[in-house]
Design a protein around this ligand. Structure first.
Ligand code: GAL
Length: 416
């Protein structure tokens, strides 16, 4: 047999065994497309590969996941649901209510998920008493990300009040820097709005307005103050903010072109991916005015009902991998979030991760933990989208603050 023939045969055998292995496969729909996010996806793909489960990637770009959810709806309507889907809060509940999600109860019972997943997350992972999703992390939205060298150059120390935060941005602007890195997309404005509402009104107000949707709170002077703060933020972004992706805004802070970014801790994934270390080249602190509170979101994997038994086995293998303590460390170190499980020691995490874990536990114990409106954990997708529209219209100068608060009342009423 010639060398060439031998080689062909070897490749054919290899291809056969690859086909056999690929029969165990998950198709995963997600919106993790930035550098840090893609690295985090890589840890999941590698973990599954080590267990013989193949990965068919279905990325849909767009932070916050609205575009991914649109694609998901189209796929399910066409009778072609992906096996697993990255999903947030109330969306999980909506799909579960439609009967579209696989029941994970027996795996959850075997692995004791109920003992290690906090109640605030179980509220979204379970529907009608049954597990329908596996939470991989907890993110929070009320963070500021800062470039340490630029802070030092400008003589800025960590601001501890809204006034100090604005003064720091003023200093950066006066020195010719972009004070606030921002991408003009509705979900990014909504992400900042979570913190402006919390900062202007405190926890009870956040609960009344964003969770209970009380019209009196939504239309209040305090809400006008939250919109005023958004207008202040607007005055510190650069001229090219419109449409910019969030990770490009993070890159402005990484590169020292901008001082701050208000963003969830997926931004940390970008700093880490750029080889920077928390507490050294970059800083994290809670948005001034929101200290003691955490507005959170949790990425969970929901498994869609599929008929094929091998697909069902792959789904369970994926859910099991997602919930393993080792994987929750590996993944979250890269992603910037903290583990969904409460039984993971924090010592392997960097300064921001350790702070995040401690503050999450404190906020949960003191009643300071709230679902993020911007990321689907405060109210339903339709209310969330209605809020997005008003917030972004105001940010772009369509409404003044008083009109925006009044519009919020109306938009939320219509959306319910
Ligand atoms: C959030 C999601 C995060 C992060 C972010 C930006 O909604 O929970 O994991 O990916 O969007 O894409």
């Amino acid at each position: 047999m010639t060398m060439m023939k031998k080689l062909h045969m070897t490749v054919a055998v290899l291809a056969l065994s690859t086909t056999a292995a690929a029969a165990q496969e998950v198709e995963v729909l997600h919106w993790w497309t930035s550098g840090g996010e893609a690295a985090a996806v890589g840890t999941l793909r590698d973990t599954l590969a080590a267990g013989g489960i193949g990965w068919q990637d279905m990325p849909v770009a767009g932070g916050g996941g609205s575009d991914a959810m649109t694609v998901l709806r189209a796929r399910v309507t066409a009778g072609d649901a992906p096996t697993a889907v990255q999903m947030l809060g109330f969306s999980i509940q909506d799909w579960a209510a439609e009967g579209a999600l696989a029941n994970l109860d027996s795996l959850a019972a075997d692995q004791g998920w109920a003992d290690v997943v906090p109640a605030a997350l179980q509220r979204f992972s379970t529907y009608d008493g049954s597990w329908v999703a596996a939470p991989v992390n907890v993110h929070s939205t009320n963070w500021v990300w800062a470039n340490t060298a630029l802070m030092a150059e400008l003589g800025i120390t960590q601001p501890t009040s809204w006034e100090e935060f604005v003064a720091a941005m003023e200093t950066a602007k006066a020195a010719g820097y972009t004070a606030l890195a921002h991408g003009g997309q509705a979900w990014q404005e909504a992400t900042m709005f979570d913190s402006m509402v919390m900062g202007a009104g405190g926890p009870d107000f956040y609960q009344a307005a964003m969770v209970d949707l009380d019209p009196a709170a939504l239309g209040s002077d305090t809400m006008v103050e939250a919109f005023d703060r958004m207008a202040t933020l607007r005055s510190y972004v650069d001229d090219n903010f419109s449409g910019r992706d969030w990770n490009l805004a993070t890159a402005m802070v990484i590169n020292g072109d901008a001082l701050f970014q208000i963003m969830g801790d997926w931004a940390k994934g970008e700093f880490v991916n750029a080889g920077m270390t928390a507490g050294n080249e970059f800083q994290c602190f809670r948005v001034p005015g929101t200290e003691g509170t955490v507005t959170f979101n949790s990425d969970q994997f929901a498994m869609f009902n599929v008929a094929d038994e091998s697909d069902q086995a792959s789904q369970l293998a994926m859910a099991s991998a997602v919930m393993s303590p080792e994987f929750q460390v590996t993944f979250n170190l890269v992603k910037g979030s903290v583990p969904a499980r409460t039984d993971i020691p924090s010592d392997q995490f960097d300064a921001c991760g350790q702070l995040g874990m401690a503050q999450l536990a404190e906020a949960a114990a003191s009643g300071g933990l709230f679902g993020s409106m911007a990321h689907g954990h405060a109210n339903t997708p339709s209310v969330q989208n209605a809020m997005y529209d008003v917030i972004t219209a105001h940010f772009n100068g369509e409404y003044d603050a008083a009109t925006a608060a009044a519009e919020l009342v109306t938009a939320v009423e219509i959306a319910q």
